[in-house]
Ligand binder design. Structure first.
Ligand SMILES: NC(=O)c1ccc[n+]([C@@H]2O[C@H](COP(=O)([O-])OP(=O)(O)OC[C@H]3O[C@@H](n4cnc5c(N)ncnc54)[C@H](O)[C@@H]3O)[C@@H](O)[C@H]2O)c1
Length: 257
């Protein structure tokens, strides 16, 4: 029980990495606040946790909406008294070379991926500051460190999240709050399946080609990232501050040939 008595709020926990993390955190004894824009998906996550004997509630809200984020933080505290861990996980993909990207789509990627870290943090931090403790985990991507074809908007947004993480850490360290970032490589989730559908005719061939990018020769699983999030959420990572944690099968620091 590595998260016993901890209250953990996870955004975008109705699918993929967020959902996997919600399951793992609940197994490890946390009370989990599942946030998602999509009610059906979010409730699905909560039902599964409860079936397994865990503790969870669902709070539907849009991470890009400041009023909704303020209400979400207040409701979470009303339900469990405080918030120990905020995992800013919700995010969307952005595909295309810069000159191909429409302004509207660019702004949507920035809104969800950057404002979607800013706003939950803005409204949860005062509660953490009051207790002088907390762990915030921001979802960046290994694309913050390497160039990757046709991902201009997505790369810009995830680079911003990494920079924001470091600045947040400096500001909130005096309050006993740790802020770290996760940098996953390609993890097979509905998010990646959607990207494959949009970008390739032959799905099998696309997956085979993606696998060659990793030194591991395989794609990551949501649970691989959930386990890294568990470490950052728990007190085991008490000396990690402002750090990027890579879960990428060797993409950033390795090369196959
Ligand atoms: N899958 C990968 O390969 C990969 C790699 C690196 C980083 N990431 C990042 O991990 C995070 C999760 O990705 P995933 O692959 O699990 O995606 P996913 O699409 O499976 O899940 C994302 C969830 O976020 C929710 N969401 C989207 N917009 C929202 C909003 N405005 N408010 C609240 N919830 C919202 C969606 O409804 C969905 O349930 C994203 O930030 C993504 O950029 C993913």
């Amino acid at each position: 029980m590595r998260l016993e008595n901890k209250v953990c709020l996870i955004t975008g926990a109705g699918s993929g990495i967020g959902q996997s993390t919600a399951y793992l955190f609940a197994q490890e004894g946390a009370s989990v606040i599942v946030n998602d824009l999509d009610t059906e998906k979010g409730q699905g996550t909560v039902e599964h946790i409860r079936e397994q004997g865990g503790e969870a509630i669902f709070l539907q809200a849009d991470v890009t909406d400041s009023v909704q984020m303020r209400q979400m933080a207040a409701k979470a505290v009303e339900a469990y008294g405080h918030i120990d861990v905020l995992f800013n996980n919700a995010g969307i993909s952005g595909v295309g070379m810069l000159h191909e990207v429409e302004l509207e789509k660019w702004e949507q990627v920035m809104r969800v991926n950057i404002n979607g870290v800013f706003l939950p943090s803005k409204h949860v931090l005062p509660y953490m500051m009051e207790r002088r403790q907390g762990s915030i985990i921001n979802m960046s991507s290994c694309i913050a460190e390497i160039g990757l074809a046709r991902r201009a908007s997505y790369a810009a947004s995830k680079g911003a999240v990494l920079a924001l993480t470091k600045s947040m850490q400096v500001d909130y360290a005096p309050y006993g709050i740790r802020v770290n970032a996760l940098l996953p490589g390609t993890i097979l989730t509905p998010f990646v399946e959607q990207y494959l559908k949009e970008s390739y005719d032959d799905q099998e061939e696309a997956i085979a080609s993606l696998k060659t990018r990793q030194l591991s020769g395989d794609l990551g699983r949501p649970d691989d990232v959930a386990r890294a999030a568990l470490f950052l959420a728990s007190d085991e990572s008490r000396f990690m501050m402002g750090s990027p944690l890579y879960i990428d099968g060797g993409v950033v620091f390795g090369k196959n040939a």
